[in-house]
Design a protein. Structure first.
Length: 218
């Protein structure tokens, strides 16, 4: 793709399949509070706006008032499960190997940075990204879909925003790329793609059904 200098990846639903660990953590909390468990698909659709929003959505879906300590309790449970079932999507490691050296690579996620780094390191993905090229939701920039984190990553990777592509699986990622005037590529294989608005999808002319498909677009 002419003019492309940097590729920034979303984490959950794009680089890694973390749905079961997120769902198990949320469901353990719901059950402790007297609610029934939600399906993995249902919880997967709640991911993308950060842990606080995920927890609030889970309690709302369960029809239960959210206790004041719900967020720290969820985070503690999830901290013990970060790598229980979470794995890179098939083909991600090979994709990053193919991209390394050709493009600047970064990660932009609404997940807290400490958890993000533990996951990337535990799955062997950290070496593909510079330490400063990983931006979490608790960093100095507003969370996606605010564009500041993506713009900052583009600058760090020696690219302008229009020379940068954000690869993600949710409407949040699409909105972030548009707000930053960057290119967007939608990963339809990710769990955040469920319920992606059709009108937005029509505007996203770059889509992939498998990580390896990205190489065909470049």
């Amino acid at each position: 793709m002419a003019g492309l200098r940097a590729i920034v990846f979303d984490l959950d639903g794009t680089l890694i399949d973390s749905r079961r660990d997120l769902a198990d953590s949320a469901n353990e909390l719901l059950i402790e509070c007297g609610a029934g468990a939600l399906t993995e698909d249902a919880i997967g659709r709640m991911v993308g706006d950060g842990a606080a929003v995920l927890v609030a959505r889970a309690f709302a879906a369960a029809g239960l008032a959210m206790p004041a300590d719900a967020l720290p309790r969820f985070l503690a449970k999830y901290d013990h499960r970060l790598l229980a079932h979470t794995r890179p999507y098939e083909g991600i490691t090979d994709l990053l190997i193919a991209l390394r050296g050709r493009f600047g690579l970064g990660v932009l996620t609404n997940k807290p940075l400490a958890a993000t780094l533990r996951i990337l390191e535990g799955l062997g993905l950290a070496p593909f990204f510079g330490a400063n090229a990983i931006v979490g939701g608790d960093g100095p920039y507003p969370r996606k879909p605010a564009p500041q984190g993506l713009v900052a990553l583009a600058d760090l990777l020696a690219a302008r925003a229009p020379e940068t592509m954000l690869v993600g699986d949710s409407i949040i990622d699409w909105q972030t790329a548009r707000a930053a005037s960057a290119k967007a590529c939608i990963a339809r294989y990710g769990f955040g793609f469920i319920g992606f608005p059709e009108d937005a999808l029509a505007s996203a002319n770059l889509t992939i059904d498998h990580p390896s498909d990205l190489l065909q677009l470049l």
